[in-house]
Ligand binder design. Sequence first.
Ligand code: GLN
Length: 192
Amino acid sequence: MRIGVLALQGAFAEHISILRNLEVDTMPVRSPQQLVELDGLVIPGGESTTITKLLKSYNLMDKIGNLAENGLPMLGTCAGMIVLAKEISDSTVQPIGAMAIKVRRNAFGRQRDSFESELSIPVLGEKPFPGVFIRAPVIEQANSDVEVIARLADGTMVAAKQDKLLACAFHPELTDDMRLHKYFLDIVTGER
Ligand code: GLN
């Protein structure tokens, strides 16, 4: 199994390190040639305006969109979730449009723009998952074929799965808890 991590901007090194800890063959992706022969792709958090601009200038935007459409498993975290979405509520970013979700950027305002919250994510087991939210987006709307896998206590949708696409508003790569990455690898191998 070989997993690529989009390495244009943001927290890609942390994803690479977790996947390598899980003994997965993992490589940074910066060019279209590096997209071939991948079994999955991680799109990290960072700044979605920058990431989408770089995706275009590196000629990666359409290619990643096509791969998502053709069923390549992808995990998008925070800005990565924004990149995967079909619609962004303020139109500041032109996303890839792979997941049938509408996402609001920087949804928690200034005071709370970074916080931690213990999340109940039943697909990961009973133990709460440490949700690290950094100027995080939220999912405002999700189509019926999207499975919402995590919500904040007030019901706000913060993680979702659609076929082989997985997206979360928080940063699992900044914690010691590797269950979300393992869950993604199970999607890659077809176990989930
Ligand atoms: N606020 C960022 C954006 O809109 C996302 C923040 C993050 O990835 N931690 O792109």
